[in-house]
Design a protein around this ligand. Structure first.
Ligand SMILES: Nc1ncnc2c1ncn2[C@@H]1O[C@H](COP(=O)(O)OP(=O)(O)OP(=O)(O)O)[C@@H](O)[C@H]1O
Length: 278
């Protein structure tokens, strides 16, 4: 199956006397792809995440996960297939040790005991937390807590992992480490990944980006295509990466930079091409 998630004309509001938070939203997420969702505060990003694993149900439209419609009868299977990690890891812990915590999700899904032991080991290994299996989650650093949260999700073998601002509370080094860890696991296990983020370093690494604005899909495409529209992004209050701004300045100075660079290396390559034409 090519598409793991399909949103078909989805509209959602939290109650009848409140405005629509999502308004006729349609998009697809391929199996194995990394999609970043960006947009200003309140544009509906977290609501999309919660609709994907049945924490919320839309009033209009249809959501398909692995070909199954999200509804009361499919919700448990869907929650196993769609794992979510949120911003604040402290709200996600239930166990008194790291090991118990990873076990908890599996217990909910009825995994046999012998299989659980193996899976705990595997998922803690995957995020580099094996040595902390007996530790109390609350005493870990922010980055370690997020690793445990990711291990708990991985233990039940999801097909999609959603990180909703999951690196927002970490410093830049911690963010990079977590993203590298998740990216490795995602690629090794052939998962889809959705990151909801304000971190532009994360966005440029994604394979595809959806820009949400006022409850609608405002723009969709590869990062390069998205950041080519930097003026339009700025108009809806979104920042662009430093390299993108620097490229604009260089173009204003008369440099004919063709391709939109997304990182230092690409900008250097563009400058080198220009230089060799001189
Ligand atoms: N439980 C709720 N009850 C009522 N309204 C809500 C609830 N959760 C979110 N909203 C409203 O829905 C809209 C979209 O919120 P959502 O959290 O999906 O946006 P977001 O793009 O993820 O924003 P942020 O970046 O601030 O998390 C906002 O106007 C928000 O106030």
């Amino acid at each position: 199956m090519e598409h793991f998630i399909e949103f078909k004309n989805v509209s959602f509001r939290y109650s009848e006397d409140q405005p629509w938070v999502l308004d006729d939203v349609s998009f697809k997420v391929k199996a194995n792809e990394w999609l970043a969702i960006i947009g200003h505060n309140g544009s509906g990003k977290s609501t999309i995440a919660k609709l994907m694993n049945g924490l919320l149900i839309p009033q209009q439209g249809e959501i398909l996960v692995s070909g199954m419609q999200v509804n009361e009868s499919t919700i448990w299977e869907i929650r196993r297939l769609v794992g979510m990690v949120f911003q604040n890891p402290d709200n996600q812990f239930v166990g008194t040790t790291v090991k118990d915590d990873v076990a908890f999700g599996m217990e909910n899904h009825g995994f046999p005991r012998e299989e659980m032991v193996e899976r705990i080991q595997e998922s803690l290994d995957a995020v580099g937390m094996t040595d902390y299996a007996g530790h109390e989650p609350h005493r870990l650093s922010g980055g370690q807590k997020q690793r445990v949260a990711i291990a708990s999700v991985m233990a039940v073998s999801p097909k999609l992992i959603i990180l909703d601002e999951a690196t927002a509370m970490l410093d830049p080094k911690g963010r990079k480490e977590i993203m590298n860890t998740v990216r490795n696991v995602q690629q090794q296990r052939d998962l889809s990944m959705i990151t909801i983020t304000h971190d532009l370093h994360e966005v440029v690494r994604a394979e595809r980006v959806i820009v949400m604005n006022k409850g609608k899909v405002w723009l969709e495409g590869e990062p390069r295509k998205i950041f080519e529209k930097k003026e339009a992004l700025r108009e809806i209050g979104l920042d662009t990466p430093f390299i993108t701004k620097l490229t604009s300045e260089l173009r204003n100075e008369g440099l004919d930079i063709q391709r939109e660079p997304l990182n230092h290396q690409e900008l250097l390559e563009e400058l080198w091409t220009l230089h060799s034409k001189m």
